[in-house]
Write a protein that binds this ligand. Structure first.
Ligand SMILES: [Fe+2]
Ligand SMILES: [Fe+2]
Length: 481
């Protein structure tokens, strides 16, 4: 009954989402097209163009159609979310608006075309950044065409050249960018793409357009200046976008994987065993995330804080027990299970209280799903001859809802289990990782997230390779006689 109700709810939710998208796309596209048309005509045609109504209308219709096509295609083929579409649209609006103003009142070569690709790659992903290049290119092409048709007596299409150079520079920026980059490296790749535009513009101006050296150099230098401006603007705008749209960006997660993080310092002090375990899980999760195309910084940060809930009673967890004393020996099984399973809830609450990104909080909550605590469950079964309710020996859940959560769940179990293993035994490691993944899958732990069998196989291979690699780095030193 509960399941059928859930299905009906999910169906209704899907219907509502589809309806939202149906209303959302045309409205959003029309609005964006309207703003760009007004900026374009207010700046480019002010004073000198009398019959403004028709070109504004043509531009508006053309841009609305273009936006609709791009947004629908990106939705269908690249599966972008509503939030990404809104961010993409906003970034495109800012880029086109500022570029038109700069081109009209300063220099044509100052167009900050690459702003959208850099900003989108910083706050969303490479996939969406490529869409932004495509979107911007067609918008600029449309605007140049309309400008030439309505405003100029003799069409001048040489303005397509800076556009082409900046489109290539945008693609270069996206390719060069890596999610592990800090702000300094972002500036470095912007300067690199600036140098690229400078050299290319100088070369084309001199050899194709036969410009004098000084004129050609001036044009090229302005192109470079535009790229420097893009770097500064994107670093100013990215935190604003993060805040307004509650985005979780790669750069934002860098601060959570720094050992200066106060909560991480506290964990190292209060529960050194858990701290070391978390760092190991972080290294494994980072590699798995990279292998299946997930954000490595998010995976690493989530792994560092997944067991933060253990900090309140570290002595109850084996990794922190230094002497032979185990406090669980003095407790009944039910109490031990309660203390252990509570660490997911406690971790979640602690991270929420410290205003951590939602995904890190969720991983702390979900990393054991509703799996059972086999150690105590089997012990209880042995004593009571099987008369035990298995649900009393399970974590409360929820199950992993994201691929990152699933990665941490697997890496966590593998790291704990591999500690008692001979790490150079490759076959044994493959069996261990295989069994862990199989057991989690069969108990339904991955049912609420969209991880595929292929991705699970990649995660298994990555974990085995990483553990074998760790074994190779542990060289045994000879003792002095
Ligand atoms: Fe845990
Ligand atoms: Fe753990």
């Amino acid at each position: 009954m509960k399941k059928s109700n859930n299905k009906i709810e999910q169906k209704n939710e899907k219907k509502q989402r589809k309806l939202d998208e149906f209303v959302y796309f045309p409205l959003y596209s029309a609005l964006m097209a309207g703003v760009i048309s007004v900026v374009f005509f207010c700046t480019c045609f002010s004073g000198e163009f009398k019959f403004v109504g028709m070109p504004v209308f043509v531009t508006w219709i053309a841009l609305t159609c273009l936006f609709l096509i791009v947004f629908c295609c990106s939705r269908i083929f690249v599966q972008t979310t509503n939030k990404s579409i809104t961010v993409l649209g906003m970034v495109c609006l800012i880029t086109v608006g500022l570029s038109v103003i700069l081109m009209r009142y300063a220099r044509f070569t100052l167009a900050i075309f690459t702003l959208s690709s850099l900003l989108v790659v910083l706050i969303l992903s490479k996939k969406e950044a490529f869409i932004s290049v495509f979107l911007n290119t067609i918008v600029f092409l449309a605007l140049i065409y309309i400008y030439n048709t309505y405003a100029l007596e003799i069409p001048d299409y040489t303005m397509l050249l800076p556009l082409a150079i900046k489109a290539i520079a945008s693609i270069l920026l996206i390719i060069l960018y890596k999610p592990t980059f800090n702000r300094l490296k972002v500036i470095a790749i912007s300067l690199l793409s600036g140098l690229f535009t400078l050299v290319l513009a100088l070369f084309i101006n001199i050899f194709a357009f036969k410009f004098g050296f000084i004129d050609a150099l001036m044009d090229a230098v302005w192109m470079f200046v535009a790229e420097v401006g893009v770097a500064i603007l994107s670093l100013i705008l990215s935190p604003i976008f993060e805040w307004v749209f509650r985005l979780e960006t790669s750069m934002q997660f860098l601060e959570y994987i720094s050992f200066d993080q106060p909560l991480l310092k506290e964990l190292a002090e209060k529960a050194p065993g858990t701290f070391n375990h978390s760092i190991q899980v972080g290294n494994l999760a980072e590699r798995c995330a990279y292998a299946i195309g997930e954000n490595v910084n998010v995976a690493k940060a989530a792994a560092y804080f997944h067991d933060i809930g253990k900090m309140q009673s570290p002595e109850f967890f084996t990794e922190n027990q230094t002497d032979n004393y185990n406090p669980h020996d003095d407790l009944i099984f039910e109490t031990s299970v309660k203390i252990i399973t509570r660490h997911t809830e406690l971790g979640y609450e602690t991270l929420l209280k410290h205003k951590f990104p939602r995904i890190i909080c969720n991983v702390a909550h979900e990393h054991h799903g509703d799996s059972s605590l086999n150690y105590f469950y089997i012990k209880a079964q042995n004593i009571t001859e099987g008369d035990v309710d298995s649900s009393d020996y399970c974590y409360p859940g929820p199950r992993p809802t994201t691929r990152i959560s699933a990665i941490i769940m697997i890496a966590d179990s593998v790291e704990a289990a591999s500690r008692s293993m001979n790490m150079s035994d490759r076959k044994g490691l493959i069996n261990l990782v295989d069994n862990i993944i199989k057991e989690k899958r069969e108990s339904g732990q991955f049912d609420d997230c969209d991880i595929t069998m292929k991705q699970l196989a990649i995660i298994r291979d990555t974990l085995v390779e990483s553990l074998v690699g760790i074994a190779h780095t542990r060289i045994s030193y000879p003792t002095r006689k």
